[in-house]
Write a protein that binds this ligand. Structure first.
Ligand code: HEC
Ligand code: HEC
Length: 323
């Protein structure tokens, strides 16, 4: 297109302006393209987050392998069957998750959380080493123990190995550290009441969070097997062991005493008093075939000899070849 004769001709100026603007856009585009490769935002990255010996990237793979997203959400993505897990680590802390994940079908008791907190690496991650300080630091863990302790949960028990549990906690630690810009918003519940939000009925045999912060479970006089039954509930054994012969996370106790079991190393063992004492104090010393090693906590520093004997009496009372 050219200028008509006699008219003022501005074609050259317009073309220069157009080329100038295009050039400027190209420069902005190139600069921003480079800027997008710079880690400028103060955002947590999974490679930089670890929990004890486990890293968050490893944990993310476990999270995907078990399809946790099929029920849960992370920053609102996933299925809405189960609670969002983005900030769970920050709310309940590592010891509660250590107690919950191996036997998710049942809510952890106070002692079950305490057993985990006795592991130095878990206490270090938590930043506290007494159970009372832990509950003060993570009130959401206290709330869960107080209201749900030893009740069944609606999450299935998953056959997680020790490494998978560590990885999952590392992954949840990472999601907790993500800057979600204030998401999720705090619910506006002023003036509203939800009958569904009532606390669960108290489980009479289970100690509450406000009970004296003693190191071990209280001993009561009476029949040892009865005491053992109470201790097994309070300590959280029943989250993994049933009183009949059905296997849960660990072998069922019914009919166990006096039987012969195969161990993971291929050897056979006869289940007597000595075997049971060892199994409770140092579980990794003899692992029953078909079960995960490292999942059952060691109770040597939690239960005293008398308490272990009471639990052994209880297991014995559940039947077996030698009564
Ligand atoms: C079949 C569905 C399902 C799957 C799969 C599942 N969960 Fe859950 N999970 C639940 C439900 C339901 C709850 C809530 C339990 C309740 O309130 O009784 C829950 C609770 C939890 C909690 C406690 C949340 C809280 O705020 O107290 C954690 C942590 C958790 N799940 C982690 C996981 C992880 C990690 C995986 C994958 C390894 C997983 N879940 C897989 C259904 C599931
Ligand atoms: C987080 C789950 C979990 C908890 C909690 C747990 N156990 Fe176990 N238990 C297991 C697993 C898994 C095994 C099998 C692998 C092994 O021997 O370590 C096992 C094995 C055992 C055995 C040996 C059974 C056999 O056939 O060899 C006994 C006895 C036992 N547990 C008692 C207890 C007592 C008592 C408590 C509570 C003070 C308890 N467990 C708490 C998971 C658990």
């Amino acid at each position: 297109m050219s200028c008509a004769p006699g008219e003022p001709c501005e074609e050259g100026r317009k073309r220069r302006t157009a080329i100038g603007v295009l050039g400027l856009m190209a420069v902005i585009f190139i600069v921003l393209s480079f800027a997008s490769f710079i880690d400028s935002r103060v955002q947590a990255i999974p490679d930089a987050v670890s929990y004890t010996d486990y890293d968050a990237v490893q944990g993310k793979r476990v999270f995907q392998a078990y399809n946790c997203m099929g029920c849960h959400t992370i920053v609102g993505n996933g299925a809405y069957f189960a609670p969002d897990l983005t900030k769970t680590y920050a709310h309940v802390g590592p010891a509660w998750l250590e107690a919950f994940l191996p036997s998710a079908g049942s809510w952890p008791t106070r002692t079950a959380v305490q057993v985990q907190l006795q592991k130095p690496e878990v206490a270090q991650e938590a930043g506290v080493d007494s159970i009372q300080a832990y509950f003060d630091k993570f009130p959401a863990a206290a709330e869960r123990v107080e209201r749900r302790s030893a009740h069944a949960s609606t999450m299935p028990d998953l056959p997680l190995s020790r490494d998978e549990i560590g990885g999952l906690i590392a992954f949840m630690k990472y999601t907790s550290e993500m800057d979600t810009e204030g998401w999720p918003p705090v619910p506006q519940v002023a003036g509203l009441t939800f009958p569904q939000a009532l606390p669960m009925p108290a489980a009479s045999a289970v100690e509450s969070v406000s009970s004296p912060a003693s190191g071990t479970v209280s001993a009561a006089p009476g029949n040892p097997a009865e005491l053992g039954k109470k201790l097994a509930l309070e300590t959280g054994c029943t989250a993994c062991h049933s009183a009949d012969s059905r296997a849960g996370i660990g072998p069922g106790w019914g009919g166990l005493f006096g039987s012969d079991v195969e161990l993971a190393d291929g050897s056979q063992a006869h289940i007597d008093e000595t075997y049971l004492h060892t199994a409770i104090n140092t579980p990794d010393a003899q692992v029953a075939a078909g079960f995960n090693k490292g999942v059952m906590p060691a109770y040597a520093n939690i239960l005293d000899a008398e308490q272990v004997a009471a639990i052994v009496a209880y297991i014995r009372s559940l039947g077996g070849l030698e009564q």
